[in-house]
Design a binder for this molecule. Structure first.
Ligand code: HAM
Length: 434
């Protein structure tokens, strides 16, 4: 495809659906990741980081050729060496690839990982939908026990509760491969009867991905879906037992859930449990999913491994979650609010002020430095607008006497303090601020 000619103005904008994080949005994202990692570590997960690029087949085979992600949304490239690589649209396939590559199956099972980072989907951008999106993910690989489905949901729920919102889990079961095969036949038979009543788009999907017709947003299809056969109503004994254990676990854990027979998720690798987290607005409408996941026992084999590896996981949408949370809910611990605004008068003093800066930083006193603006009044004005409670003023006299003026911004009181005493002095003022 030929590239459209871009003006300089176009080039100085971030690419469509991609954005910058700075100031509050930067700290909210980092703060959420820290909170989520902290909770996940308590639940027994440890960290993993996989590459942002993987071989295209990992996603084409793993996520599924007929999914929206693989059909329309992947950013793929050919390297100079001729490899076809894709910017990861999701994290599960890469973590499973890593599990297989590093023979993690020989460790005590299951292994449990958390991860976070950017993912890429060439979707139509809108509020809550980005082309570079961020996820926090959890994967438990190596066990088919339903108790791990509960653990995944419980950990995700606990993390999302930190938003301060009422989180609801929507849940469904797609059963094992036998159930799915029989169910798909039943579903297709059902839709055949109503072929003229569903939307054009869904008629096409009937051929390629009939399960997706079930969670169609098209009004005419939604009507037909009301009486469609449910997968939960068609589970075999072992799949039913699996699902019942998951629901009993959620009841025990006090997690609010709703069975949603139309929930199938947009990725092909799921079996048994699938779920999404939503919040409801005041009119009772559910939000975009804040996260979702499920069991993916067949993924390893579809990706080309010689046997199935049972696993379950989730992905939380960081963009949507921080947009849903109240402001200042997520702030990383390392974020510093400076208590002191360091004003140095005259450029020739800049070298003389270095030892003092070193001293303050060495004693963990957060300071904002103002370099080379000579007018004291202007500088104090900046300190005031930044709401920094104290100013440290360093002029020619102070350089000579190895001291600094400490000014309390509110009362305008000032005191000259020697370098020898400045740390104890600042520490006592800082205590007053806290
Ligand atoms: P997913 O449902 O495709 O699942 O994505 C998980 C979450 O990422 C969504 O619920 C949503 O909050 C967020 N998300 C997805 N696309 C966008 C977008 N374009 N813009 C903003 N946020 C978005 C997965 O990716 C699976 N890997 C989850 C999983 C892990 N299943 C098993 N293990």
């Amino acid at each position: 495809m030929s590239e459209q000619k871009k003006t300089d103005k176009d080039i100085l904008q971030s690419p469509k659906g991609m954005r910058d994080f700075f100031d509050d949005s930067f700290y909210a994202k980092q703060g959420f990741i820290h909170t989520a990692e902290n909770i996940a570590e308590y639940y027994g997960f440890s960290g993993i980081e996989t590459p942002i690029l993987e071989h295209t087949e990992i996603f084409a085979k793993g996520v599924g050729e007929n999914t929206d992600i693989v059909e329309k949304e992947m950013y793929s490239l050919e390297t100079r060496g001729g490899d076809r690589l894709t910017l990861r649209p999701e994290g599960t396939a890469g973590v499973m690839r890593s599990y297989i590559e590093h023979g993690m199956g020989s460790q005590p099972q299951p292994v449990m990982y958390h991860y976070s980072g950017p993912f890429f989907r060439h979707d139509k951008p809108q509020k809550g939908r980005y082309r570079q999106l961020y996820q926090f993910g959890l994967e438990i690989i190596g066990s088919q026990k339903p108790e791990y489905d509960v653990l995944i949901i419980q950990t995700g729920y606990r993390i999302l509760k930190e938003t301060g919102k009422d989180i609801v889990v929507k849940i469904n079961s797609l059963g094992d491969s036998e159930v799915r095969k029989n169910y798909l036949e039943k579903l297709i038979d059902y839709y055949k009867k109503y072929e003229n009543e569903i939307s054009n788009k869904d008629r096409g999907r009937l051929e390629t991905n009939p399960l997706r017709v079930l969670d169609s947003k098209e009004p005419e299809t939604k009507k037909v879906n009301q009486n469609a056969p449910t997968c939960v109503g068609n589970l075999n004994e072992s799949s039913k037992q699996h699902f019942d254990t998951v629901l009993a676990g959620l009841d025990q854990a006090g997690i609010r859930y709703e069975i949603d027979h139309t929930l199938v998720r947009g990725l092909d690798y799921y079996s048994h449990t699938v779920f999404e987290f939503v919040v409801y607005d005041d009119n009772g409408n559910p939000s975009h999913a804040l996260g979702g996941g499920g069991r993916y026992d067949g993924l390893a084999k579809t990706m080309g491994h010689n046997k199935d590896i049972p696993a379950v996981g989730l992905g939380l949408g960081i963009d949507r979650t921080i947009e849903t949370a109240l402001p200042e809910t997520f702030i990383p611990e390392y974020k510093k609010t400076p208590d002191f605004y360091f004003i140095q008068l005259g450029d020739e003093l800049s070298v003389a002020s270095f030892p003092l800066r070193e001293l303050l930083c060495a004693y963990n006193i957060p300071v904002r430095f103002a370099q080379g603006k000579n007018n004291l009044g202007t500088q104090l004005g900046i300190a005031e607008s930044l709401e920094i409670p104290y100013a440290l003023i360093f002029g020619e006299n102070e350089a000579k006497t190895q001291s600094v003026i400490v000014r309390t911004m509110k009362t305008r009181e000032q005191e000259t303090v020697s370098f020898d005493n400045i740390i104890t002095y600042c520490q006592s003022l800082k205590k007053g601020v806290e």
